[in-house]
Design a protein around this ligand. Structure first.
Ligand code: ATP
Ligand code: MG
Length: 248
């Protein structure tokens, strides 16, 4: 069976500078793949290309059997790819509940959405999601009153509500306390039981907690791939991380 996401020979050049350099990556359905790599390796660029925010100079991106290379971000979102940004993307003055509702209904006409009658099935689904991300007791609070960690969890809830096939998570634990990070890693593992996830994560405690298949990017190329222990003992990977304090 073909992989859910298949990136082949992806190259991106910006102002003559090569950011991704013939990158190959394939992710199977229901996989939780961790993407590692030093600063500037091209991880965020890869995510921006999968979601159509950046265009490839050459190479292809296939998703769920379709060639989505060069498609507009909206069209790519419609195929079932959702991205979590480092800074949560939500409606600050709306309640936690309403933010999830807007995502459930497809974000397009936010205000029309807010005044539509809520069906029982929708209400149940929103409560399930709020329970899942641990925010049910804050359902009526405006989003801008949440803590940093809670905001990240609300955004994860909003992503789940949009029911994507593939979730792209770019450093979702940045700036969190250790216990919030741990909780986030647990949530991601739960999410991965029913979704395919590509996770960019720098924090090695989290990577160890998740402990799945790892792809290491370096200078826009795939440097190594495999189970965590194998990747961590790879000489090339160790050289790239040497002195950066990341692989302790
Ligand atoms: N719009 C742009 N114009 C020029 N160069 C860019 C642009 N966006 C990114 N770059 C460069 O591309 C390279 C890869 O950046 P990218 O943000 O993808 O790395 P990253 O692996 O996500 O790094 P980090 O771990 O710091 O988040 C870097 O050298 C960066 O300076
Ligand atoms: Mg990045």
């Amino acid at each position: 069976m073909a992989a859910l996401l298949e990136v082949t020979g992806l190259t991106t050049k910006v102002s003559g500078f090569t950011i991704l350099n013939g990158l190959d990556l394939s992710v199977e359905e229901h996989e939780l793949r961790v993407l590692l790599g030093p600063n500037g390796a091209g991880k965020t660029t890869l995510i921006a290309m999968i979601t159509g925010q950046f265009k490839a100079s050459s190479g292809t991106i296939r998703f769920a059997g379709q060639d989505i290379t060069g498609w507009a971000p909206d069209a790519i979102f419609q195929t079932g790819i959702s991205r979590k940004f480092q800074v949560p993307n939500m409606y600050e003055t709306l309640s936690v509940f309403d933010n999830v509702m807007v995502s459930l209904r497809g974000r397009r006409r936010v205000f029309a959405t807010l005044f539509q009658v809520l069906r029982a099935a929708e209400r149940d689904r929103i409560w399930d999601i709020l329970e899942f991300v641990g925010l049910a007791d804050k359902a009526n609070d405006p989003a801008d009153t949440l803590s940093h960690g809670e905001r990240q969890w609300l955004e994860l809830g909003m992503l789940i509500a949009s029911d994507p096939k593939l979730l792209l998570l770019d450093e979702p634990t940045t700036g969190m306390t250790e216990s919030d990070k741990h909780r986030t890693a647990e949530l991601i593992q739960e999410i991965a039981k029913s979704h395919t996830v590509l996770l960019v994560e720098h924090d090695m405690h989290i990577v160890r907690q998740i402990g799945k298949r790892i792809t290491v990017l370096h200078q826009g190329q795939r440097l190594a791939e495999g189970p965590l222990a194998e990747v961590m003992s790879n000489d090339l990977v160790r050289q790239v991380y040497l002195g950066k304090g990341k692989f302790q």
